[in-house]
Design a protein. Structure first.
Length: 357
């Protein structure tokens, strides 16, 4: 690995109490370039802008995918990553679907840990705090012909994070727009998936909602995801979540919630969730909770949902009665080294990694 460290840190001028999600970046980043059919040597370098032409093929044809993950610091200053190898597997699954070269595990994992060690002072400690990490792969070749690019860049950048949503949100069940379609790229973290979601989400916001619950493209009769999150529904004391597919992202937080629910002996079922089933449960009083899960938010509890021209309020539960918040606490306690990790999910970042690189 090529090492190029900054001569001065921007941490001293960073207001650690007054910042928004994704607006400030740590001192360094990881860059690795692909050319002539192979990946070059990874580089740790100061965070900053890169120079690209408007003819860059990513701008024109959208070959770009990314991951979202976090690092946590415990009371002793130790730094932990949460299930990072799942992110490594998933970014390559996305890259393959977008006809991009898969990044080597050595580049991904070593780059990730070197970056976390060098900039560990940026990783905040405290409730709801973490370092949000964004690995990404994108085309860098200049060209205006619609074809697979020959040059790419893998990068890792990171930003201090606080709680994404601080209060319950309201969501609109989509009866027209879809996030993805059969045979498409819904299972991949393709950049274009998010761009296509902005307009329908903006429309929902104008109606007084915060996010959308996406439904299937063929019938709009089944839940798929919610905003940029996987979705869970609790009817009576049973939790339901849609199975992953080529249209639904295989969320790492989603999988963790499923495993934690089973570990706690909760009744959880991975099966299609019909809109009509949720509406019937709302009508007869058995609908207890709906929530979303994802890396950035961990858990977003819903206070209300809309369908067509109707709005429905969800029950207000005490924290100890909420399955969403119970599972969130269990997950965060593992992530932040406040509880035993029976699953082997935590991966500690050793100190002074550069001495061995």
């Amino acid at each position: 690995m090529i090492i190029q460290k900054t001569s001065s840190s921007r941490l001293e001028s960073f207001d650690q109490e007054n910042y928004s999600f994704g607006d400030h970046f740590i001192d360094h980043m990881i860059i690795c370039e692909y050319d002539n059919g192979k990946w070059g040597e990874a580089k740790l370098m100061p965070y900053g802008p890169l120079s690209f032409s408007p003819a860059n093929m990513t701008f024109n044809y959208g070959q770009a995918c990314f991951e979202g993950m976090k690092a946590y610091k415990d009371k002793d200053g130790q730094v932990f990553l949460f299930r990072p190898r799942k992110n490594f597997e998933r970014i390559n699954k996305s890259a393959k679907r977008l006809a991009m070269p898969e990044v080597p595990e050595e580049v991904f994992m070593k780059g990730l840990k070197v970056l976390m060690d060098v900039d560990r002072a940026w990783i905040p400690y405290g409730e709801g705090r973490s370092l949000y990490i964004r690995p990404l792969i994108f085309a860098t070749e200049e060209g205006l012909k619609a074809r697979v690019a020959q040059k790419y860049m893998f990068a890792i950048v990171a930003s201090p994070a606080k709680s994404y949503y601080t209060a319950p949100v309201s969501v609109k069940i989509s009866d027209y727009y879809s996030r993805s379609a059969s045979g498409g790229v819904g299972f991949a973290k393709a950049a274009g998936n998010y761009a296509a979601a902005f307009y329908p989400t903006q429309m929902a916001i104008e109606e007084g909602y915060d996010q959308i619950i996406w439904t299937d493209d063929a019938t709009h009769e089944y839940f798929e995801e919610s905003g940029t999150m996987n979705v869970f529904v609790r009817i009576n004391d049973t939790i339901y979540t849609p199975p992953t597919s080529e249209k639904i992202l295989d969320g790492i937080t989603r999988d963790s919630f499923i495993q934690l629910a089973k570990h706690k002996g909760l009744d959880i079922r991975v099966e299609p969730v019909a809109v009509k089933t949720v509406l019937e449960a709302q009508k007869n009083g058995t609908l207890k909770e709906i929530w979303g899960v994802g890396t950035a938010v961990v858990t977003s509890v819903f206070k209300a949902f809309g369908y067509k021209d109707q709005r429905f309020e969800l029950p207000v539960l005490a924290d100890e009665d909420s399955y969403a918040l119970t599972l969130k606490k269990a997950l965060v306690d593992i992530q932040t080294n406040q509880a035993e990790d029976p699953f082997g999910w935590r991966e500690m970042v050793e100190r002074n990694i550069l001495e061995t690189v």
